[in-house]
Design a protein around this ligand. Structure first.
Ligand SMILES: CC(C)[C@H](C(=O)O)[C@@H](O)C(=O)O
Ligand code: SF4
Length: 416
């Protein structure tokens, strides 16, 4: 049995196998400022009411504050939904990216997390089954509390070796290169000695990009690192932690359709070139490429751990005069920590622009869109053609360290 089969079996109350279809009750259901109005409209069309208000989480994050009349209207409609159905777990603009908010406040091991956003797979980092749905499916979940799913087959990815230069983002880019788009409807289970030692922030980065390989989700076994996070960051009581520990799933002999080993010992930092996250090369092959913009943030790499690394490389330095550097903390909590630790001051002194917690320029709506021919180095997860602006602009994906060093130099480099 794979980890995802075991998690779904526990939820279903009987032993499931990859390929079978069943109905599952959602423990959490999330939509944001983009998907809530669409789910609301579908709900109205179905003539249905919300059945599970206490399980719903609504976050405004994609365009905050609203940048067009249309996005303002969308948020007005979403707010109407929140009020009408008395949604208590509402996070208005400025509180952060939906996935960061879910990680900071709601997700627990063994949950089934349904989200109206493709990067809901991020929460597999907690040992949960978390996946994205379209707005109509989300409306059905809001109306009934459940949905159908097909149990995914599993690709196991083992990360081994040791290398202080390599971050979780380099690892996941390397995995994207290896798997390409061949994980459609599969679960990618991450393990091996490197993942065993990795903090929750890194694990969230890994699972976040499972969708870029077409996967239904990413997943990592809940362990002491997970429980420590829940204790220290989330303030869960010892009683609750002990209950979760008793219920924790350990898989000895996995049922995998494919197993991959990646040794990071000799690995270079990785960069995804335009226009696909699996078009990945070692940094030495793109070193020296001039850049116009650097974006540090997103649900992939906007956490405090990421910002601390960025500050290490920006401290006392100045952003290159031809480069626009945009830094966006993934949540209000991250922002406040960064302020307290003096990171924001370092960023501003270096010449960065700080935008309010949210998705920012990640999907090309605002706060740093690209002109024709411009090159952006980004810590986000997608570099599709035209995603951040003009169809003839170019997005390169990298780790927070490479983004910071390159912003100072004005070209892609790991030397700074
Ligand atoms: C706008 C939203 C529905 C979309 C998604 O589902 O992923 C966005 O978050 C993205 O990253 O492209
Ligand atoms: S930060 Fe980017 S990838 Fe993440 S949810 Fe927002 S738009 Fe999507």
């Amino acid at each position: 049995m794979s980890l995802i089969e075991a998690i779904i079996s526990k939820k279903a109350g009987y032993e499931v196998t990859a390929g079978e279809t069943l109905t599952l009750k959602a423990d959490l259901a999330m939509t944001h400022d983009g998907s809530t109005p669409l789910a609301y409209r579908a709900l109205k069309e179905m003539g249905a009411e919300v059945k599970i208000p206490e399980k719903i989480v609504i976050c405004f994050d994609h365009t905050v504050p609203p940048n067009t009349v249309k996005s303002a209207e969308f948020q007005k409609i979403a707010l109407e939904f929140v009020k009408k159905f008395n949604i208590k777990n509402f996070h208005p603009g400025g509180e952060g990216i939906c996935h960061q908010i879910l990680a900071e406040n709601y997700v627990l091991p063994n949950m089934f997390v349904a989200g109206g956003d493709s990067h809901t797979c991020t929460h597999g980092a907690f040992g949960a089954f978390a996946t994205g749905f379209g707005a109509t499916d989300m409306a059905y979940i809001y109306a009934t509390g459940e949905t159908w799913i097909k149990v995914p087959e599993t690709i196991r990815v083992n990360i081994v070796g040791e290398n202080p230069n390599i971050s979780p983002k380099d690892i996941i880019l390397r995995v994207c290169k290896e798997i390409g788009k061949r994980a459609i409807y599969k679960a990618i289970e991450f393990g091996g000695e490197v993942v065993k030692k990795m903090d929750m922030s890194g694990r969230l980065t890994l699972c976040n990009m499972a969708i870029e390989m077409g996967a239904k989700t990413g997943v990592i076994e809940a362990d002491e690192i997970t429980f420590n996070y829940l204790r220290e960051e989330r303030g869960l009581s010892e009683e609750k932690i002990n209950k979760l520990k008793r219920e924790a799933i350990k898989v000895e002999e996995g049922n995998y359709i494919k197993e991959i080993f990646i040794d990071i010992t000799e690995m270079e930092e990785q960069i995804a070139l335009p226009h696909s996250p699996d078009n990945v090369k070692p940094i030495s092959e793109v070193e020296g490429l001039e850049i116009d913009q650097v974006f540090i943030g997103s649900c992939t790499n906007g956490r405090i751990e990421d910002l601390r690394i960025v500050a290490k490389y920006l401290k006392g330095k100045k952003v290159h005069k031809d480069v626009k550097l945009i830094i966006i903390p993934a949540s209000k909590k991250v922002y406040l920590k960064a302020l307290k630790e003096g990171l924001i001051e370092i960023f501003i002194k270096a010449g960065a622009m700080i935008c309010p917690p949210g998705c920012g320029p990640c999907l090309g709506a605002h706060q740093g869109v690209l002109a024709e021919g411009e090159v952006c180095l980004s810590t986000s997860n997608r570099n599709f053609r035209g995603r951040m602006g003009d169809p003839n602009s170019y997005i390169y994906l990298c780790s927070p360290k490479i983004a910071a060093i390159s912003a100072v130099k004005g070209y892609i480099t790991n030397e700074g």
